[in-house]
Design a protein around this ligand. Structure first.
Ligand SMILES: [Zn+2]
Length: 208
């Protein structure tokens, strides 16, 4: 049941580790890692209402939200997390990445890009809910390391040896490294409070 740290503060939690409900198996067609060319960023628009919105204090809340995401759009997107990964801003400046469909399956997030793109969705509402700029900005280097980890390694001693997604990031929008959902659809996703900081995101090899 792996949870592992890529660099300090950047943690990956697999489906087993967050307790995916086995009644809703992983969905999406198998995709070869060599086919992944780009990254789409979303937000879930589902907020942690207990305390600071968009900052997740407790693993129990994170894992509960992941189980909610398995069924929240069951009718139209299928009964599984529609994204490849979900990113949670955690207390103290960390970033926890929970496995959704993962590295090897198509998603149900962005029409026309569900196979070639990897989707990372930020848990929370980054359009309508206020969050301090610094809280987002300080965690963007961790997102860069996660994307770099996928591209250059995708392996870890507590996870296993895998083939990296080496073409990831070869397709980029004008002026930044990752796509926003609203680049291809009339939507606020991933939200203005996230977008301004995503411009600094890159594919950085954590071993680099
Ligand atoms: Zn979206």
């Amino acid at each position: 049941m792996p949870k592992f740290e890529i660099v300090p503060g950047l943690r990956v939690v697999t489906r087993d580790a967050w307790g995916a409900n086995g009644n809703y198996p992983r969905l999406g067609a198998k995709v070869a890692r060599s086919r992944r060319t780009h990254v789409f960023i979303h937000h879930t628009v589902m907020v942690d209402t207990d305390d600071t919105p968009n900052i997740w204090d407790r693993d129990a809340d994170i894992f509960k939200m992941m189980r909610r995401l398995q069924t929240v759009r069951a009718e139209d997107l299928g009964a599984d997390v529609p994204y490849n990964f979900v990113a949670f801003l955690t207390k103290g400046g960390g970033l926890t990445i929970c496995e959704g469909r993962g590295e090897d399956r198509a998603g149900a997030h962005t029409k026309g890009h569900n196979t070639a793109a990897v989707a990372v969705s930020f848990a929370g509402d980054f359009h309508d809910v206020d969050i301090e700029n610094i809280e987002v900005a300080r965690r963007m280097p961790l997102l860069s390391f996660f994307l770099g980890w996928l591209k250059y390694s995708a392996s870890h001693e507590d996870y296993g040896d895998f083939t990296p997604l080496k073409r990831l990031g070869t397709l980029q929008p004008e002026g930044r490294r990752v796509f926003f959902h609203r680049d291809v659809k009339n939507t606020d996703c991933p939200g203005a409070k996230l977008e301004q900081h995503l411009k600094q995101v890159d594919f950085i090899d954590p071993e680099g």
